[in-house]
Design a protein around this ligand. Structure first.
Ligand code: UD1
Ligand code: CA
Length: 456
């Protein structure tokens, strides 16, 4: 049977104390809701319907995913009411799976199991045993162990509150059945809400049976209600990712001081020091070493690259055995070839640097093409911006740029050219020659420093 997924994401999330809708708060660098969408897609559903409400259009606007049916629930009158808003859009004769925008670590295997065990005219529920079930709907079973109903905390009596098996909210139900039952749900309860959980009792009244799948790992079904829970999920998520990465051959000096906010493709024998953050799509080749306190986003570091402490690298491709840092900033669209050296306090933007070239100290290289075996002296600046437009600088192979040089773009430094220190280069320089622009040195004989005026 084809699967349609409804993700409930309309709730306010009062306890987050935030102007941002709860489902847009981030886990591992991505909105909670986008984690749920990723999980949903892994089940190959025919449709994904997201019920949004609190925060209005900010929610659909923040999620760039395609092929989503967005349905607005203007007033949040309960989970049953939320699902009712999605009903007009669901495919006929499908299995409906209800997920929650604030339950990001839901296990795909659990959902697959749920879809396998729930047959026609049956409802399937994911449940979990909690040592502290406070706040959750309790699963009430009859003498034969069949599920009879779910009682919400607010509606439960003392005996029912003792029950530790709780509703995770995740439910699968055949579409005909849902359409038949949802209109029969009332809001005659302690919270005055339309409870989706009431479909359970109604299913049984109408002769259906309820199947459950229970999860042993409660983190899978844990929702985010406040910032403390969000932080707990973040740490749990990170701990699992780092364990997986260690199993794949990466060493961490401290697995608790590493964050992955995206995807990492990694080779073997990689070493990562403390406080490293990898974000977006990162690729690390064999034997890459990353020093402490580095932030690396959407970047490829090929085999043997070494990044020293305190570097920020974004949107770069770095070829084998290049060395970066300490304290370097590599900005998007930078390509560093094999064995390049980028040293301390160097910023490189949108530039290609050729094999074996060195830019070791205090430089800004932007919008530049630098050839092979080039040496860029300390304090060199490509003046790429005239206040209105960006211009290109070309430094050809084997050039030597003396320290404290300004290259006023557009400009080209020829093959093997040498630029004298302290020059301001405004025109192309010939290959193989020394070019410099420098006012000549003077000494003023018998010059005296001024002295302080005694009256002051
Ligand atoms: C719900 C379940 C409870 C279960 C718990 C698990 C019901 C009645 N109760 O309770 O049995 O133990 O989840 O966490 O379903 N939402 C909407 N529109 C609404 C109301 C809620 O989209 O009008 C969304 C919320 O954004 C949230 C989810 O539904 O993602 C759950 O709503 P919430 O109010 O948190 O339900 P609980 O009281 O926690
Ligand atoms: Ca909740």
């Amino acid at each position: 049977m084809a699967v349609s997924i409804i993700i409930l994401a309309a709730g306010q999330g009062t306890r987050m104390r935030s102007t941002l809708p709860k489902v847009l708060h981030r886990l591992a660098g991505r909105p909670l809701l986008s984690h749920v969408i990723t999980k949903a897609r892994q089940l190959n559903p025919d449709q994904i319907i997201i019920v949004y409400g609190h925060g209005g259009e900010t929610v659909p606007k923040a999620i760039s995913e395609k092929d989503i049916i967005w349905v607005q629930q203007e007033l949040q009158l309960g989970t049953g009411h939320a699902v009712a808003q999605a009903l007009p859009y669901i495919n006929q004769n499908s299995m409906i799976l209800v997920l929650y925008g604030d339950v990001p670590l839901v296990g795909v295997e659990t959902l697959q199991e749920l879809l396998t065990v729930v047959g026609e005219r049956r409802v399937g529920l994911v449940t979990v045993e909690l040592s502290n079930p406070t706040g959750y709907g309790r699963i009430i079973r009859d003498k034969s162990g069949e599920v009879a109903k779910i009682v919400e905390e607010a509606d439960a009596n003392a005996a029912q509150r003792e029950v530790r098996e709780v509703n995770t909210g995740i439910m699968a139900i055949e579409s005909h059945y849902l359409e038949q039952i949802i209109p029969k749900i009332s809001n005659n309860n302690a919270q005055g809400e339309y409870y989706l959980t009431d479909t359970i009792e109604q299913t049984i009244i109408e002769g259906g049976r309820v199947t459950t799948v229970s999860v042993s790992d409660s983190i899978e079904v844990m929702g985010v209600n406040d910032r403390k829970q969000l932080a707990h999920l973040e740490r749990t998520y990170q701990a699992r990712e780092v364990t997986r990465l260690m199993q794949e051959g990466i060493s961490f000096s401290d697995p608790e001081r590493f964050d992955l906010r995206g995807e990492l493709k990694a080779g073997q024998d990689i070493y990562i020091d403390v406080n490293v953050i990898l974000e977006g799509q990162v690729v690390l080749g064999d034997n890459v070493k990353i020093g402490p306190n580095c932030y690396i986003r959407d970047t490829v570091l090929e085999a043997g690259v070494e990044v020293f402490a305190n570097c920020v690298i974004e949107g770069a491709i770095v070829d084998t055995q290049a060395r970066i840092g300490p304290f370097a900033r590599i900005r998007p669209e930078t390509v560093l070839s094999e064995k390049t050296h980028i040293g301390n306090f160097v910023e490189i933007k949108k530039s290609a640097i050729g094999k074996n070239s060195k830019i070791n100290h205090l430089s800004y290289i932007g919008d530049a093409t630098v050839g092979k075996e080039v040496n860029v002296g300390a304090g060199t600046i490509t003046c790429n911006y005239d206040g209105a437009n960006k211009h290109h600088t070309i430094i050809e192979d084997n050039a030597f740029i003396g320290s404290d040089t300004q290259l006023i773009a557009p400009v080209k430094i020829g093959v093997g050219a040498t630029i004298g220190a302290g020059s301001t280069i405004t025109r192309d320089t010939p290959p193989g020659e020394l070019t410099l622009s420098r006012s000549s040195q003077q000494t003023r004989p018998k010059w005296k420093r001024p002295t302080k005026d005694k009256r002051n």
